[in-house]
Design a protein around this ligand. Structure first.
Ligand code: NAI
Length: 249
C-alpha cells in the first residue's frame, strides 16, 4: 500500500505550476485529489483525467475563488460529499501584483491580501474541524522566500507570505495535540507562469545569485510537500522547509 492510500488531499490552485506538480506528487503517493482552480485556467479537466487514468486515484476539480468565503464553503461541502473526510490541505494558490511601494495602489494591496491570506483562512477554516474530529491531519502552506527576506517591489506579496509563516506557527501550536501538523514550504525562484514573464537579463542575474545556479522546478517543491503530507514527517510541526537552491539559508 502507498503512504497516502485512502487519504484525500485538497490542493488550492492545482491547475498549473507548483499546485499541478503537488497534485501529481500526492497522487503518486496514493492520495485521492480534490483541487481548486480559477476561471482563467483551462487545464483542470486534463489534470483530472491524468490523475484518474495514470495514477488511478479519485480526482475532482472545483472552480472557485478562494478569496470568496461563501464559494469556498460551497466547494468544500461538495468535496466532502464526493470524497468523505479530507485530511490533507495544501494552501498553494497565490498571486502577485508587483510595484514598488510608492506606486502600489490600494487595490493591488487588497487583491493580494484577499487571495494569499484570506484564501488560506477560508479554506483552512472549512477543513480543519474535520481533521481535528478524525484526529489526523496535515496542513502545508506554500509561503515564499520573499516572506523570509522581503523583496523589492513586493510589499503586498511578501507581507502575505510572512503572514502565512506566522499563521503556520500559530496553527501548529493550536493543533499540535489534536493530531494535526502544520508546516510551510518556502520556494525560492521556481519555473512557472508566475516567473515566466521575467526579462532575460533579470533571470540571468537571479540565476547568478542562486548557489545552485538555476531556478527550481515545480516537482522539486512538490517533493517537499509530499514528505510533509505523510507519516514520515509525524514529529515535524510549525516548520518552514525552504526549497530554494541555497539562495536563502
Ligand atoms: P501560478 O500563477 O503558476 O499558479 C497559481 C495557481 O493559483 C493557479 O492554479 C491559479 O488558478 C490559482 N489561483 C490564483 N488565484 C486564485 C484564486 N483567487 N482562487 C483560487 N485559485 C487561484 O503560480 P505558481 O508559481 O505555481 O505559485 C504557486 C504558489 O507558490 C503561490 O502561492 C506562489 O506565491 C508560491 N511561490 C511561487 C514561486 C515561483 O517562483 N513560482 C516562488 C515562491 C512561492
Amino acid at each position: 500500500m502507498k503512504e497516502l492510500s485512502g487519504k484525500t488531499a485538497f490542493v488550492t490552485g492545482g491547475s498549473r505550476g507548483i499546485g499541478h506538480a503537488i497534485c501529481i506528487a500526492l497522487a503518486e503517493s496514493g492520495a485521492n485529489i480534490a483541487f481548486n482552480y480559477t476561471a482563467a485556467d483551462d487545464k483542470a479537466n486534463e489534470l483530472v483525467d491524468l490523475l484518474r487514468t495514470k495514477h488511478k486515484v479519485k480526482a475532482e476539480a472545483y472552480k472557485a475563488d478562494i478569496a470568496d468565503e461563501e464559494a469556498v464553503n460551497e466547494m468544500v461541502a461538495k468535496a466532502n460529499k464526493a470524497f468523505g473526510p479530507i485530511s490533507i490541505l495544501v494552501n498553494n494558490a497565490g498571486i502577485n501584483r508587483d510595484k514598488s511601494f510608492l506606486r502600489m495602489t490600494r487595490a493591488m494591496w487588497d487583491e493580494v491580501m484577499g487571495v494569499n491570506l484570506n484564501g488560506p483562512f477560508n479554506v483552512t477554516n472549512a477543513l480543519l474541524p474535520g481533521m481535528i474530529e478524525n484526529k489526523w491531519g496535515r496542513i502545508i502552506n506554500i509561503a515564499s522566500m520573499g516572506g523570509q527576506t522581503g523583496n523589492f517591489g513586493q510589499a503586498n506579496y511578501t507581507v502575505t507570505k510572512g503572514g502565512l509563516i506566522a499563521f503556520t506557527m500559530t496553527l501548529a501550536r493550536e493543533a499540535a495535540r489534536k493530531g494535526v501538523t502544520v508546516n510551510a514550504v518556502s520556494p525560492g525562484y521556481t519555473e512557472t507562469d508566475m516567473t515566466a514573464g521575467m526579462p532575460e537579463p533579470i533571470r540571468k542575474q537571479v540565476e547568478q545569485m542562486i548557489p545552485m545556479g538555476r531556478m527550481g522546478t515545480p516537482e522539486e517543491i512538490a517533493n517537499a510537500v509530499s514528505f510533509l503530507a505523510g507519516d514520515r514527517s509525524s514529529y515535524i510541526t510549525g516548520q518552514v522547509l525552504s526549497v530554494n537552491g541555497g539562495m536563502y539559508m
